[in-house]
Design a protein around this ligand. Structure first.
Ligand SMILES: NC(=O)c1ccc[n+]([C@@H]2O[C@H](COP(=O)([O-])OP(=O)(O)OC[C@H]3O[C@@H](n4cnc5c(N)ncnc54)[C@H](OP(=O)(O)O)[C@@H]3O)[C@@H](O)[C@H]2O)c1
Length: 284
C-alpha cells in the first residue's frame, strides 16, 4: 500500500496514476467530499490532518511507501516522517524544491529542515527537488482570460518549469518501485527553460490570440497574489522566489523526468493546450 499525504495538484494526480495502475493507494484528505473523484478512480480515501499524529498513524497501517507532499510546514511533515518510522515504512518520496537551511526564503529553509529530518529518520528516501510548477500560471488564468495579459516580477529570467502531472508521474514510479532510487536526489524539470515573455509567446500561439507580458515590481507582484486569495506570508515567500527567477535562480533543466519515466517531460505548450479553457474562460 502506498500512502499519498495530500490531495492537491501533485498528490491527487499521484493517487490517480497509482490507482490506474492497480497499485493499492491510500490518500489522506481533510475533506472527503473533494476527494470523491479519487475514490471513484480506485484510491482509498482516509480523513485526517497532517497536524494530528493519531490520524497520520491510522493512515500508515500496512503502508510500504509514502509520497510526502504538502504545503511543507515542518511540524506537519515531521509528524508524517515520525509516523512512517513508527509504522516501519520502507520508503518515502519527498516532494521538495531547491532548499537550504540559510536560504532567504522561509519555505526553502522549511524544506531543508524536513529533508534533514527525513534523512536522520533512517528510512529509505528519495528527494524530488522540483523546479517551479507550470501550474503556477493558473493563478494568472483570470487575467489572461479577461485581459489577454499577465504580469510578473520574474523579468526576463528563464525557468525550467515542470508540469505537476510529471512530478506526480515521477513520484508514482518511484513509490511503486523504489529499489533503484534509494538515497537519491533528483532535480525534475520540464524540457526547456522559458522566460515569462517566452511563455507569453507560447500562450499566443496555442490560444490563437495575442497574450502580452508586463513586468511587475516586488510590491505589485505580492499585492496581486494577496488579491488572488494567497495568504500574506505565502505571498511574501512566493514573491521572493519569483524575484530570484529574475536573477536566473531557476534557469536549469535536467533529464531526470525522461530518464525515470522513459518518455519526454511535458512541454509548456502542452500545459497551455490542456488548460486552454481556464485561460479563455471569458470567451466561451
Ligand atoms: N509551486 C511550485 O512552483 C513548486 C515548485 C517546487 C516544489 N513545490 C512544492 O510542492 C509542494 C506543494 O504541492 P502541491 O502544489 O501539490 O500542493 P497544493 O496543490 O497547494 O495542495 C496542497 C494540499 O495539501 C492539503 N493540506 C494542507 N494542509 C494539510 C493538512 N494539515 N493535512 C492534510 N492535508 C493538508 C490541502 O488540502 P485542503 O484542500 O484541505 O486545503 C491541499 O489538498 C510543496 O512542498 C512545495 O514546496 C512547489
Amino acid at each position: 500500500m502506498i500512502l499519498v499525504t495530500t490531495a492537491g495538484k501533485v498528490g491527487a494526480e499521484t493517487a490517480r496514476l497509482l490507482a490506474g495502475q492497480r497499485e493499492p493507494v491510500r490518500i489522506l484528505v481533510r475533506d472527503p467530499v473533494k476527494a470523491e473523484p479519487l475514490a471513484q478512480a480506485g484510491a482509498e480515501v482516509v480523513v485526517g490532518d497532517l497536524g494530528v499524529p493519531a490520524t497520520v498513524d491510522a493512515a500508515m497501517k500496512g503502508v510500504s511507501a509514502v509520497v510526502l507532499v504538502s504545503p511543507a510546514i515542518p511540524a506537519e511533515e515531521l509528524n508524517v516522517i515520525a509516523g512512517a518510522v513508527r509504522a516501519g515504512v520502507g520508503h518515502v518520496v519527498k516532494i521538495t524544491s531547491k532548499s537550504s537551511i540559510d536560504s532567504p526564503i522561509a519555505r526553502r529553509r522549511d524544506q531543508a529542515e524536513i529533508e534533514n529530518g527525513l534523512i536522520a529518520g533512517g528510512l529509505g528516501y528519495t528527494l524530488l527537488k522540483n523546479n517551479a510548477y507550470m501550474q503556477n500560471f493558473l493563478m494568472s488564468a483570470p487575467a489572461i482570460a479577461g485581459t489577454s495579459s499577465f504580469g510578473s516580477a520574474a523579468g526576463d529570467g528563464r525557468i525550467g518549469m515542470i508540469d505537476t502531472r510529471d512530478v506526480a508521474a515521477v513520484a508514482a514510479a518511484i513509490a511503486s518501485s523504489p529499489a533503484d532510487h534509494v538515497g537519491k536526489t533528483y532535480w525534475p524539470t520540464g524540457p526547456e527553460s522559458l522566460s515569462y515573455p517566452d511563455a507569453a509567446a507560447v500562450f499566443s500561439t496555442v490560444l490563437g490570440r495575442p497574450i502580452t507580458f508586463h513586468p511587475l515590481t516586488y510590491s505589485e507582484q505580492k499585492q496581486a497574489m494577496v488579491e488572488a486569495g494567497v495568504p500574506e506570508h505565502i505571498a511574501e515567500m512566493n514573491t521572493q522566489a519569483i524575484t530570484l527567477f529574475a536573477e536566473g535562480d531557476s534557469d536549469w533543466v535536467t533529464g531526470d523526468v525522461p530518464s525515470i519515466l522513459g518518455r519526454p517531460a511535458r512541454t509548456f505548450a502542452q500545459f497551455v493546450h490542456d488548460n486552454a479553457a481556464a485561460f479563455s474562460a471569458s470567451r466561451r
